[in-house]
Design a protein around this ligand. Structure first.
Ligand code: MLT
Length: 325
C-alpha cells in the first residue's frame, strides 16, 4: 500500500467510516427470545407474534425458547447469564418485577440485571372455569367459590406469575382458601381447564378469549375497569360486586451491559412490529393493547419497571408476604 492510500485509510478509520458500526452489523445471527413460561400461554403467543414481525426488520430469524419454572424466574436467570450482545433477549411481564418480593435467592439483582428494550402490551385477566362448574355467571360464582373454596382447584403458572397473583387476590377478596395447582405456564393449565381436570383459572385475556369464544370454558369477570369489546357479555369485577383490579404488561429485556446501539436497534424493530396491522389486529382480538406510542421509549420502560419493583415490594410486604427459598 503506498503512502497516499495508507493515509487515506487511516483518515477513514479515524472517522469511523472504514468499519461498519455495531448498529449497522447487529444482528449477525438469529435472535433468541426467552419466554419464561410454557409454550401456548399468553407470553409465548405475544412473543411469537412480535418475533415474526421483528425478524422482518432485523433481517434475522427470531426464535422462541421456552424456559419455564419457578414462576418465570428460571427464564430470567437464563437471560442474565447470556452474552450481552442483543442476540438473546427476554419477554416478561410484571412477575419479573414482583419476583424479588417473593424469592429470597434469585441469583441476580432485579434492579440492575436487565436492560429494558421497550414496553409491549397491557391488558386484563379473566376469571374463568371449566364448563361443568355449577355457577353460570359472576353473581352466583363468587358465593359458590367462597362456600366451596377448599374443594375447588385453582390453576396457576407458579408463585409470582400473573395467574398466581390473581388467584391470591381472588382468595383475599373472598376470604377463602382454594386448593392451588402449579403449572409451568397457563398454556398447559388452560388445556386442563378445557379438559375439566381443574376448576378455575384466572388468565390473561390473550389466552382466555379464544377459549371463551369457542365455548370451551366459562368466563365470569374481567379485571379491567371497562368491559372488553371482544367479550361484551362478561362483566367487570366491579359490576360483579367484587374488588379485584389487575392489569398485566409485557416488556422486552436484554442483559445489562448490552450496547446502547443494539438496544436502540431492538427498540426500533419493536416499534415497527407494534405498528404492524397484523399485530394491531391480533392484540385487539386478544383484548390487549399496545402502550401509547409516547411510551415506546426504552426510558419509559425502565421507569415503569423500576416503579413496579417498588410497588410489588411494598404491596406484598404489606400483605405479610416474605421472600421464600
Ligand atoms: C404464561 O405465559 O403462561 C403466563 O404469562 C403465566 C402467568 O403469568 O400467569
Amino acid at each position: 500500500m503506498n503512502i497516499t492510500k495508507r493515509a487515506a485509510l487511516a483518515g477513514l478509520l479515524s472517522l469511523g467510516l472504514a468499519t461498519p458500526s455495531l448498529a449497522q452489523t447487529f444482528p449477525t445471527k438469529p435472535i433468541t427470545v426467552i419466554v419464561s413460561f410454557a409454550a401456548g400461554g399468553p407470553s409465548d403467543v405475544i412473543a411469537r407474534l412480535l418475533g415474526e414481525q421483528m425478524s422482518k426488520t432485523l433481517g434475522q430469524p427470531v426464535v422462541v425458547e421456552n424456559i419455564a419454572g419457578a414462576g418465570g424466574t428460571a427464564g430470567a436467570k437464563r437471560l442474565v447469564a447470556a452474552d450481552p450482545d442483543g442476540h438473546t433477549i427476554l419477554i416478561h411481564h410484571l412477575a419479573l418485577a414482583a419476583a424479588p418480593a417473593l424469592y429470597a435467592n434469585l441469583g441476580y439483582d432485579t434492579k440492575a440485571a436487565f436492560a429494558p428494550i421497550g414496553l409491549v402490551n397491557t391488558g386484563p385477566m379473566v376469571i374463568t372455569s371449566k364448563l361443568a362448574l355449577p355457577p353460570t355467571d359472576a353473581k352466583s360464582f363468587f358465593p359458590y367459590a367462597k362456600e366451596n373454596a377448599a374443594k375447588l382447584t385453582v390453576a396457576h403458572a407458579g408463585v409470582g406469575s400473573n395467574s398466581h397473583l390473581c388467584a391470591v387476590l381472588m382468595s383475599q377478596q373472598l376470604g377463602a382458601k382454594f386448593s392451588q395447582v402449579a403449572y409451568r405456564g397457563t398454556g398447559p393449565a388452560m388445556n386442563d381447564l378445557v379438559g375439566g381436570q381443574i376448576d378455575i383459572l384466572c388468565d390473561q385475556s390473550t389466552s382466555a378469549i379464544p377459549q371463551i369464544q369457542g365455548k370451551k370454558i366459562r368466563a365470569y369477570a374481567v379485571t379491567s375497569a371497562q368491559r372488553l369489546d371482544v367479550l361484551p357479555e362478561t362483566p367487570t369485577m366491579a359490576e360483579a360486586g367484587a374488588k379485584l383490579d389487575m392489569t398485566i404488561w409485557h416488556g422486552l429485556y436484554a442483559p445489562k451491559d448490552t450496547p446502547v446501539a443494539v438496544l436502540d436497534k431492538l427498540n426500533g424493530a419493536l416499534r415497527v412490529a407494534l405498528k404492524d396491522p397484523a399485530v394491531i389486529e391480533k392484540f385487539k382480538a386478544f383484548g390487549t393493547t399496545a402502550f401509547p406510542e409516547a411510551e415506546w421509549t426504552r426510558d419509559a420502560h425502565a421507569k415503569l419497571f423500576a416503579a413496579e419493583i417498588d410497588k410489588w415490594a411494598a404491596s406484598l410486604a404489606a400483605a405479610g408476604v416474605k421472600p421464600q427459598g
